[in-house]
Design a protein around this ligand. Sequence first.
Ligand code: ADP
Ligand code: ASP
Ligand code: MG
Length: 410
Amino acid sequence: MNKLVVKFGGTSVATTAHIQRVAARVLKEVEKGNSLVVVVSAMGKTTDQLVHMANELCAEPSKRELDVLLTTGEQVTISLLSIALQKLGLKAQSFTGWQAGIHTETVPSNARIEQIDTQAIERALAEGKVAVVAGFQGVDSNDNITTLGRGGSDTTAVAIAAAIQAQRCDIYTDVEGVYTSDPRYVKNARKIPQLSYDEMLELAHLGAGVLHPRSVELAKNYEMPMSVRSSYCEEEGTMLKEEVQMEKDIVVRGVAFEGDIIRLTVYYEAPYTSSLASIFTTLAKHHINVDIIVQSVIPNMTPTVSFSVKKEQLKEALIILGEHKDTLGFDHIDHEAELAKVSIVGSGMASNPGVAATMFDCLYKEGIPVKMVSTSEIKVSVVIPQEEMLHAANALHEQFDLSILPETIA
Ligand code: ADP
Ligand code: ASP
Ligand code: MG
């Protein structure tokens, strides 16, 4: 019997009518002879609403209590879906994160899964039940409920798939697959039939919200075949694999973008007072994710190091740097808000040196100023004013002919 893990996101379970539709889909898979674990998110915008309620009481609620609150969203869905499955005549059992044996590190609101004790799920499957598991949550070594970061249900699904050695993990969502860019905002964005783990990992890290980055990381590490497909139609989605044949001819495969980026700049009195290592070690210790880093040490000019962080981490980053000002040896810090990061991704870039130049030329012609740049073998990212984000994404999508089917490119 094939073991499959399927995951349905918030929009796919937004109402009880949606949940009935999901139940019918699960029944179909079971009738094909598959043994199923179903991972679900909170219904619709529930998680946002819960965050909003906490913020009505306190601008900065305790992360521990926020985790307890947010995990209730997924708990509603697992019970409702199990009820709907039972109504269809299936045996089904719901599992919260801790009941499913999902153990995480102790990092409230953004914990990584450390290990999954699969006994309870395996037992349910052996008894012919559908195991319905709450996404996005786990438990730490002190029995605190933790969450995996927004969008983390994808990661729950892939982690369980790897742990029970499932044949495949299917992520059902509100789009037909992974597109060349977010189809909600980029004209003529096109579904990509196959994508390598590495390309998807870059796209996800760079803002393509269709998958939680850690889910792709896990799929790659465990070589777990993974698909992204629509919960509303039967169309084939996007298959993620290690090697994708068509990619050799294609230079850029997708455009990703992300708003609410802040550029922090640290000014030193002299180069010898600066230690890149200590500044970034201090930030890392406090779980501040730093992205693009640019150091500038030019004779007769104040040495600086600039780096980008997400808006929600700005306050914490400023407090931590302020607390360590003396040991880190810098003079002062300033920051620029209202920025966005726009990136092009494709493994063909490694052997095509002109890609970054084409990107900069396109942005220049569109009158979009570039504030920071970062490149790797398979991506080029620029930081630009946030108001230009969608303009830049659309212009780059057109510049690299991403709406055209790859087969037509020689
Ligand atoms: P779910 O609730 O199912 O987890 P998400 O909202 O997390 O769904 O992810 C699906 C959304 O991701 C789509 O509605 C789309 O707007 C967005 N998205 C961003 N980038 C991409 C992309 N490259 N391809 C497809 N969808 C994307
Ligand atoms: N419900 C959580 C969120 O909205 C997790 C998820 O949907 O994956 O972020
Ligand atoms: Mg999601």
